[in-house]
Design a protein around this ligand. Structure first.
Ligand SMILES: Cc1cc2nc3c(=O)[nH]c(=O)nc-3n(C[C@H](O)[C@H](O)[C@H](O)COP(=O)(O)OP(=O)(O)OC[C@H]3O[C@@H](n4cnc5c(N)ncnc54)[C@H](O)[C@@H]3O)c2cc1C
Length: 281
């Protein structure tokens, strides 16, 4: 197994994170071999997708980091059923579905993560829309507890930004099977365009990791003091999004979130917001 010591800041959308030993398998076979090896030798590991939902400590992590973005890229269509590798980026997956006359996930076109990361997070549109990637999911090919197996949707639990995988951090999603509605390419392309138009005004150029809190528990704008809410070089650019200038630290961001949570608890309607990000500490 080839590994490199690298800064996780170079692998996360927030551009924060200290050193770790990273390996990037180039095929599903290589990924499974590494996972098997770790399992046999009791070596702890963490799975890194595209790093778009991760806040990582400046001290880095001790576990082996397995970056999955290159490993599982297959895409197979049989009627309305699609098998897709967990490493494929969500927009690429959606484009391929559209080219095959299938649709349903265009609202996820703005998600800059992998299919595996999206299933782990049960990525979706705001809570009130009640639409998530698990909607058309049939089954998931996984490496779980030393076994390479398939779990059906019924074997798993999905909730708002929650999947069973969050309780089993050593389980690894290798691919997924979906049964998608048929849809014209024209409609698919229009829906993508509408989605991207909707988010056009959002700040995406500065380091960020999308929504900080799960929807329904965002920081209402009336709770943000005049002049904004910021610590160090990190600030809330909206009620639910933190951006920074590239120089913020893990501690800056954690303190900013703590402050926002405190405001949420002290100012009506008195909420206790739940963080959406995965935190590697
Ligand atoms: C600009 C921006 C917009 C966003 N918009 C949305 C949105 O509209 N809706 C939404 O739900 N989210 C959104 N997100 C959050 C994020 O993109 C999603 O949660 C995405 O699905 C994370 O995928 P990833 O590959 O980047 O995962 P990572 O951030 O790399 O990892 C997240 C977690 O998933 C685990 N994981 C990743 N891959 C696997 C795998 N193959 N097997 C097992 N575990 C795995 C990791 O261990 C980690 O715990 C946004 C983020 C950004 C930066």
């Amino acid at each position: 197994m080839k590994t490199n010591t690298e800064l996780l800041a170079d692998h996360t959308w927030l551009k924060i994170g200290g050193p770790a030993e990273i390996t990037t398998p180039q095929s599903k076979e290589e990924l499974v071999k590494i996972l098997d090896c770790c399992y046999q030798s009791n070596r702890d590991y963490r799975i890194l997708g595209n790093g778009s939902n991760l806040l990582v400590n400046d001290d880095g992590v001790d576990e082996l980091v397995i970056k999955t973005t290159e490993a599982c890229m297959e895409f197979k269509v049989d009627g309305t059923q699609v098998d897709v590798g967990a490493s494929m980026m969500v927009p690429q997956f959606i484009n391929k579905c559209i080219s095959n006359g299938l649709g349903g996930y265009e609202y996820l076109y703005s998600v800059p993560g992998t299919v595996g990361g999206a299933i782990f997070m049960n990525a979706g549109r705001g809570e009130s829309h009640n639409m998530t990637i698990s909607d058309y999911l049939i089954s998931v090919e996984v490496f779980a507890d030393g076994e390479h197996c398939v779990l059906t949707k019924e074997d798993l639990q999905f909730n708002h930004r929650y999947s069973t995988f969050q309780d089993h951090n050593d389980w690894v999603i290798l691919s997924a099977t979906f049964d998608l509605p048929e849809q014209s390419q024209e409609k698919g392309n229009r829906l993508i365009k509408e989605r991207m138009e909707k988010i056009r005004r959002r700040e995406r150029s500065k380091p960020n990791a999308g929504s900080v809190f799960k929807s329904g528990s965002r920081l209402p704008l009336h709770k943000i003091p005049p002049g904004g809410l910021s610590i160090g070089n990190a600030e809330f650019v909206s009620g639910n999004r933190i951006c920074h200038d590239g120089n913020a630290t893990f501690t800056n961001i954690v303190r900013l979130i703590t402050l926002a949570k405190l405001l949420n608890r002290l100012v009506p309607p008195f909420e206790n917001p739940e963080i959406e990000w995965e935190i590697w500490n």
